[in-house]
Design a protein around this ligand. Structure first.
Ligand SMILES: [Zn+2]
Length: 218
């Protein structure tokens, strides 16, 4: 804890004063580039892995980067999504999972959470992903762990689309959604490409999106 309070002192006395002009510009209002939904894991730092700044990412974090389906748990995640889309007008929503995720490990092994009823209940939102993974008997244990991370991102993207604000924005073509996986061991990020149906490395000019084909509207 001491290290953290020392960090606060450094921020107040050095970092903030040096960047006062930058922070002043953020006072009036925020224009974040994206809503970034990721895991609570301390090794995943959204602004670091996107090399971005304060003001760039409106963020939701929880164990397992989970988005409960609309109507099932009308809590902080749902409210924050609605606010991001309808008030802040974000043009992108990113759900970012990561390798070596403790939540995904626990979701794959329900016996680990017998004594943690709240965690167990929360991880039920990953059940469709777990079923997809365990139904593939060809996978090695390592491949299973990796598949669970990817399938969970896809399951949460499905849940995200049940939220009315997101569904309406997608139908209007005013928002894109992305499914990312951060590989902690390699320092690489992968994005789900809806056209190819797989996670692919990101290129500088092209970030594949998980946005479904836009429907025809009258
Ligand atoms: Zn995690």
């Amino acid at each position: 804890m001491n290290e953290l309070t020392k960090g606060v002192m450094r921020f107040e006395k050095k970092i903030y004063p040096e960047r006062k002009e930058f922070f002043d510009k953020l006072i009036a209002r925020q224009y974040p580039r994206a809503l970034f939904i990721t895991c609570s894991d301390s090794r995943v730092v959204p602004n670091m892995i996107t090399d971005s700044e304060p003001g760039d990412l409106f963020t939701i974090r929880n164990a397992g980067n989970i988005v409960p389906p609309y109507g099932e748990a009308m809590g902080g995640v749902s409210a924050t999504i609605e606010y991001a889309v309808m008030v802040l007008g974000v043009k992108a929503i990113i759900i970012c999972g990561h390798t070596h995720c403790g939540a995904m490990d626990a979701a794959m092994h329900p016996e680990q959470t017998v004594h943690m009823p709240i965690v167990r209940s929360w991880l039920n939102h990953c059940e469709s992903a777990r079923r997809v993974v365990v139904s593939n008997e060809k996978l090695t244990p390592d491949e299973r762990a990796h598949a669970m991370v990817e399938e969970n991102v896809l399951a949460q993207l499905d849940h995200l689309r049940t939220h009315p604000s997101v569904a309406a924005a997608l139908a209007a073509g005013s928002i894109d959604i992305y499914g990312w996986v951060f590989d902690i061991a390699e320092g690489h990020l992968f994005s789900f490409d809806a056209d190819q149906g797989e996670f692919v490395p990101m290129g500088e000019d092209h970030i594949p999106s998980a946005t479904p084909k836009r429907r025809r509207r009258k």
